[in-house]
Design a protein around this ligand. Structure first.
Ligand code: ADP
Ligand code: MG
Length: 572
């Protein structure tokens, strides 16, 4: 039941100067004439996390033309744009109301360059706009100062809403541009599939960032220019003709001297699973959205993963077809990362030699002769990469600065030279052939002799966590971009490199907890669990997963990151 604005001011008048918990009475919805104010959760004291508040603008007031949100991509782009505007506007008024602790704070999530589905702003099918934010309800000491809260909610907030959430002439252009960009990005994603490509990098794209800690484009960077042999032309619905490099399915190797821009290209491809805002420089860098970055991750826990296609005959006699460890080595961790990415439905692996375990990536012949007998436990990735493509259609893009082993396997070899790509496939192949015959053995033929891998069976349940009780109180915390903790257990996500913002981590914490409460007892495979989560997210975003109490700081993660997060949950 909605109360009136008058009732809000009346309650505010009554609780002034009372002790802080009296604020709890405010929970509820209020009709503020131009929008609905919803006070969802009231903080316990002025120093605790701020209260959860949302604003709902009915479609007749918000008035956004239907064609700005008539498909999922456009809708997400509009939500993203409105959240940026609301958040920017709200920031101007934060702490204008005064008091102790967090009194007067007002803040909503400010998205980075990636356009992602977030709980901060949601547009429903009929065009109702809802934004969620945090507000520090003011106090003097621990006594309520409700006049200051009235200032926040009745005076300041309507200005913010008016400037950011209503459609008018000033927004027309920007809204249209973001919808058109979303349409073009969607078109490129679809085109990748039609043309059997795994990635597109537009000519003119700016890949490097300003610095290692910034997500802004580098000024005066060398812009991307495709080699002629890989150049394709697309007819985008809005932008029109666009040329750029199309990376075909199969195995692509990126080589080149140190500091020539290899990792920068790979990094851009990693985040190309997401759409980027105009002006980012990577808005037309689009990667197969199931792509997973694979790296070594010493020390991670591995639970019941079949890594036998890479590792066998361990010295301690451990079974590698159902491998668990609390402290993985470089090679076992990377093997698990590969197999888990297969389970997560990835069709593109992205690997950088710099962050890989050498003994996982290649087998060194000389070392083999000197040290190992015929009991080498590792079948390196170089001997599996072709089979993975042939058998399960998983492509690989690999940065290799120092090892030539992959020349024999690669379909395309791109050399980065002073930040510009060159197609050197033919030259590299012929040199590699000569080199192999000099060595008295044909590497490529040798590789053919490696037994086909046994592709793990992912339909079996793989459970190692104890089911949690729904009534258990849960305490979740997000430690920046690095990890989450759930009831004192930490899940380390530092090396899950395609996580780009803390909202994804907050979303993951809620999701994996939901899985632990609801799905674990059932005999479900990991794939089934994650599919069910995806269905829930598609129908009600986080509404079901958070049991109706949705915070404004959650971002919907990809399916692949849900797998990666579950896989890193050690469980006591
Ligand atoms: P590599 O992996 O080949 O050693 P990196 O990709 O790490 O090289 O790039 C080395 C440096 O060059 C980084 O500081 C990066 O920001 C910068 N850089 C990369 N691409 C460009 C570019 N297109 N224009 C200007 N600088 C670039
Ligand atoms: Mg590098």
């Amino acid at each position: 039941m909605k109360q009136s604005k008058k009732q809000l001011t009346k309650i505010l008048g009554e609780i002034d100067n009372k002790s802080y918990p009296a604020y709890k009475q405010l929970k509820g919805s209020y009709d503020m004439t131009d929008f609905v104010l919803i006070i969802e959760h009231v903080q316990g004291d002025p120093f605790a996390s701020p209260s959860m508040v949302s604003v709902e603008v009915p479609s007749v007031k918000a008035n956004f033309p239907k064609n700005l949100y008539d498909n999922e991509e456009k809708k997400v782009a509009l939500e993203d744009l409105l959240l940026r505007q609301f958040s920017g506007e709200l920031r101007k008024y934060s702490f204008q109301a005064k008091g102790s602790g967090k009194s007067g704070f007002m803040g909503a999530v400010m998205p980075g360059p990636e356009i992602l589905k977030r709980t901060g702003c949601e547009i429903s099918g009929d065009g109702t706009v809802r934004v969620r934010f945090e507000a520090g309800f003011p106090a003097n000491g621990r006594r309520i100062n409700s006049r200051e809260l009235e200032k926040m909610l009745v005076q300041l907030l309507p200005k913010v809403v008016l400037h950011s959430l209503y459609y008018d002439k000033t927004k027309e252009r920007q809204c249209m541009q973001s919808a058109q960009l979303a349409e073009d990005q969607k078109f490129i994603r679809e085109e990748l599939k039609k043309r059997n490509l795994v990635a597109f990098v537009a000519n003119g794209a700016i890949l490097p960032r300003e610095s290692g800690v910034s997500s802004r484009p580098m000024k005066n960077a060398v812009t991307f220019q495709s080699p002629k042999s890989l150049e394709i032309t697309l007819q985008l619905p809005n932008r029109g003709e666009m040329k750029g490099m199309g990376i075909p399915q199969g195995i692509t190797m990126i080589v080149g001297g140190g500091f020539h821009g290899k990792s920068t290209l790979l990094k851009a491809l990693e985040v190309g699973v997401y759409n980027h805002v105009a002006g980012d420089g990577r808005e037309y860098v689009i990667t197969d959205d199931s792509a997973v970055k694979l790296r070594a991750e010493d020390g991670r826990s591995i639970q019941k993963v079949d890594i036998s296609m890479f590792i066998n005959n361990l010295p301690n006699g451990k079974d590698t077809s159902c491998f668990s460890t609390e402290d993985a080595s470089g090679s076992t961790s990377q093997a698990a990362n590969v197999v888990e990415a297969m389970e997560a439905g990835s069709h593109l692996f992205l690997v950088d030699e710099d962050t890989s375990a050498t003994n996982f990536m290649i087998r060194d012949e000389l070392m083999q002769k000197v040290v190992h007998s015929n009991m080498e436990p590792i079948t390196p990735f170089s001997l599996r990469v072709r089979q993975l493509y042939k058998k399960v259609q998983i492509s690989t893009i690999l940065v290799a600065g120092s090892s030539g082993s992959y020349f024999y396997e690669a379909d395309h070899i791109i050399q980065m030279k002073e930040y510009q790509p060159e197609d050197i496939t033919e030259m590299a192949k012929s040199v590699a052939q000569e080199f192999a015959s000099l060595e008295h053995e044909n590497k490529a033929m040798e590789n053919e002799k490696v037994p086909e891998p046994f592709i793990p069976d992912f339909s079996k349940p793989r459970i190692w966590l104890k089911k949690a009780d729904m009534r258990d109180r849960v305490k979740m915390k997000v430690m920046g971009r690095d990890s989450i903790s759930i009831n004192k257990e930490t899940i380390d996500l530092r090396y899950v490199e395609q996580l780009v913002d803390t909202g994804q981590l907050a979303g993951l914490a809620n999701i994996v907890w939901f899985i632990r409460v609801h799905f674990l007892a059932e005999d479900m495979s990991m794939t089934e669990m994650v599919n069910r989560i995806e269905e829930l997210l598609n129908t009600s975003v986080f509404e079901k997963i958070c049991a109706g109490k949705v915070p404004g700081n959650l971002t919907v993660p990809r399916k692949q990151e849900i797998f990666e997060c579950l896989n890193r949950w050690r469980g006591e």
